[in-house]
Design a protein around this ligand. Structure first.
Ligand code: SF4
Ligand code: SF4
Length: 199
């Protein structure tokens, strides 16, 4: 991916602006695709927004296990939410995702997840979450643009789930000495994650 999301947990203050912005997106109006976790709720503002990481290697485990071929991966690396006309709500994608991203609407028998605001990003606009985040915890751009804005950061897009390495299109800003190494666990720890430890 050229332009992508960079997530900086160190900047996230848990204000929920990204959640509210995501809810306003035309493609899934009324439902937020961002999961926001509070690391020490009531004690600290430390929090972590989780979006789809658009897995590149292996390519989209969620799509690989879908029996209905409902999850499209476009040549630009974006892993889309389920095609409503195909998804049967089986939840295989939920089990396959190492990051805890897809959810199932049981009533609608339909999966929903972040699609990088494809209606916006395919037209050159930033996703809603990055547009409204007041602290820059969600940055959308190229690596060069990120480094021009924040010259002292390092990023990681490889995650180590107990020996299983997943490389993603979305990246996380990490301490400088971790930029070249896999980061233990994924970004999502809202639900039990059998493959990895929380950040
Ligand atoms: S819930 Fe839908 S998108 Fe997910 S694996 Fe089942 S059919 Fe595919
Ligand atoms: S983070 Fe989860 S939902 Fe997103 S591409 Fe990877 S496996 Fe699929």
């Amino acid at each position: 991916m050229g332009r992508t999301l960079f997530i900086d947990p160190g900047r996230c203050i848990g204000c929920q602006a990204c959640v509210a912005g995501c809810r306003e997106c035309d493609s899934h109006r009324g439902k937020s695709m961002i999961h926001l976790d509070y690391l020490e709720e009531g004690i600290s503002a430390a929090s972590m927004p989780t979006v789809c990481m658009h897995c590149e290697d292996p390519v989209a485990p969620c799509a690989q296990v879908c029996p209905a071929e409902a999850i499209l991966v476009t040549p630009d690396g974006v892993v889309h939410d389920a095609d409503k006309s195909r998804c049967i709500g089986c939840g295989n994608c939920v089990s396959a995702c190492p990051m805890g991203v897809p959810k199932i609407d049981l009533a609608a028998k339909l999966q929903f997840k972040c699609n990088l605001c494809y209606d916006r990003t395919s037209a050159g606009l930033a996703p809603m979450c990055a547009t409204v985040c007041p602290t820059g915890a969600l940055f959308y751009g190229t690596m060069d643009e990120l480094l021009a804005d924040r010259p002292n950061v390092a990023v990681a897009n490889t995650f180590d789930f107990d020996g299983t390495i997943v490389t993603t299109g979305v990246a996380v800003i990490v301490p400088r000495d971790r930029g070249d190494l896999p980061v233990p666990g994924g970004c999502g720890h809202e639900q039990p994650n059998v493959l990895g430890e929380p950040l």
